[in-house]
Ligand binder design. Structure first.
Ligand SMILES: [Zn+2]
Length: 495
């Protein structure tokens, strides 16, 4: 019997680029066993060395998590198995509005929100709750942009925004709150200008900081709900844990390439939290970030607006929230699928006996070390800031001198093939990071190996991997090809 297995975007390159694969098997185990025999490169992504399914991979049969059934359960003709890695229970009774207060509307506001006011589910009561609502957005990037624009237009009274970054040219393709003329400006300033232009009634509260374990509780406590617009793991776990501890609903969204996901985490309202779903993050480097893997700008609008929609529903207490349910969107197939996320009674944060009772060091928890910055808007996780070199780093100036002196070393570019098309440093060996575990033996051990990527993050991980394989002469180019383009060869484009 052949069972259809859906392969997520992040793992398709290990399955000859296919989005679905037909695999024979009578039980879940057999199907996954045959799948990973046929596509051996998938195996390390699904199973740990001791043969257990990895914690950060969820396998669904139709819409059921296999943890409920056990992986030796039988599968039937027509069943569909989906693999859902982190990129990142059931139907619930109707919820009461999370906003208890109501704020009276002015005549100008009555006119402005007339299409809401004549909508039976919103009406005057709902709109007054929307006005009374205090919503916190983490990040003003790809997801934060549409969320902020729509919630402001919808009349949310108070929006807080946590963002430390400035607008970069490479943001404009998807972070639609920022315009070309804003490049170089602080994102909070740029966002506030647009939001106030849409709706001058908005009370906008900027937080020009990185959200950390030290400040998260203090920032979040004053809000009614949180929308997480980050795409890095340390911030996602931090926001999750802080929201669980403060009993604030957390509307989650994540995006990667042509795929997106959304859900609502709120254990205090009966749903699961992010950790119920993924108790631990994937090791750094296994799941590429958007800065490494790319993302279609439009996806940010689709997923961000789903988050904004869930926020409005929670505020007015109408409809069925996306709680205990994961919505996954595939833009290539133009399909939405829904998976149940059960509450985990042993969850380390929201379970019966929580082991995480105060905020921890999330960079350490996610295995992020020196030179890799967690950031808040996602892009900066792989950016290596050029402040001082570590013991394994060399600067682009040193690399230039070594090349000019014709020193004997191998320069290895660990970016993805699509990035080689954009620009390369002449004479480099192309060896994408995901292929390194299979191909590292192509590199000499007796010669100096110099690694580079776009900005230093991935090559730093490649360096650690090579060192673990007994390579002692390895260096990492701090700042990557972008630093090379900025300081050595300005003909090379930055991206
Ligand atoms: Zn939980």
């Amino acid at each position: 019997m052949a069972i259809k297995v859906t392969i997520p975007t992040a793992l398709r390159r290990f399955a000859n680029g296919q989005s679905t694969v037909e695999v024979a098997g009578a039980t879940i185990n057999e199907v996954l066993g045959n799948l990973t025999t046929e596509h051996a490169q998938l195996r390390p992504h699904l199973y740990s060395e001791d043969g257990k399914l990895r914690n950060f991979v969820r396998v669904y049969v139709n819409d059921e998590d296999i943890r409920a059934r056990g992986d030796d359960a039988a599968v039937n003709e027509g069943d569909e198995i989906s693999i859902v890695p982190s990129i990142a229970g059931g139907n619930l009774a109707k919820l009461a509005p999370i906003i208890k207060d109501r704020a009276k509307l002015t005549n100008e506001e009555i006119k402005r929100y007339s299409r809401h006011l004549i909508l039976p589910e919103v009406g005057m009561e709902g709109q007054e709750r929307i006005k009374a609502a205090k919503v916190l957005l983490i990040g003003s990037g790809g997801l934060g942009s549409p969320i902020a624009l729509y919630l402001t237009a919808a009349g949310v009274g108070t929006i807080g925004m946590v963002e430390f970054d400035t607008v970069d040219f490479s943001n404009l393709q998807r972070q639609i709150i920022h315009f070309t003329g804003d490049v170089g400006k602080h994102k909070l300033k740029s966002a506030e200008e647009k939001l106030k232009a849409i709706n001058p009634n908005l009370n906008f509260i900027p937080y020009p900081v990185k959200i950390t374990s030290e400040n998260a509780l203090d920032i979040i406590k004053d809000y009614d709900l949180v929308l997480d617009g980050t795409d890095n793991f340390p911030t996602r776990y931090l926001v999750n844990d802080a929201c669980v501890m403060l009993k604030k609903p957390n509307v989650y969204g994540s995006i990667f390439r042509w795929e997106g996901m959304a859900s609502v985490f709120a254990p205090h309202l009966g749903g699961p939290c992010y950790r119920c779903w993924y108790p631990e993050p994937p090791p750094p480097g296994l799941v590429p970030s958007c800065a490494e893997g790319g993302v279609l700008g439009v996806i940010c609008g689709i997923i961000g607006n789903i988050q904004a929609n869930e926020a409005v529903k929670l505020i007015i207490g109408k409809g069925k929230p996306l709680m205990g349910r994961l919505l996954r969107f595939d833009a290539m197939d133009m399909s939405f699928r829904e998976y149940k996320i059960p509450r985990d009674p042993n969850c380390p944060v929201c379970g019966k006996n929580p082991t995480v009772t105060k905020l921890i060091d999330y960079n350490q928890f996610c295995g992020i070390g020196r030179g890799e910055d967690a950031g808040t808007s996602g892009d900066s996780i792989v950016e290596q800031k050029d402040e001082g070199l570590g013991p394994d780093d060399i600067s682009v100036e040193t690399l230039k001198q070594m090349r000019d002196r014709k020193e004997d070393f191998v320069l290895v570019d660990v970016r993805n093939p699509d990035e080689f098309e954009i620009c390369v440093i002449d004479g480099s060996v192309k060896l994408p990071l995901p292929e390194l575990p299979q191909r590292f033996q192509e590199l000499p051990k007796d010669k100096l190996v110099v690694l580079h990527c776009k900005s230093g993050g991935r090559s730093g991980r490649a360096l650690k991997f090579l060192q673990s394989q007994g390579y002692s002469k390895v260096k990492n180019v701090a700042g990557g090809i972008n630093a090379w383009a900025e300081r050595i060869d300005t003909n090379v484009p930055q991206y």
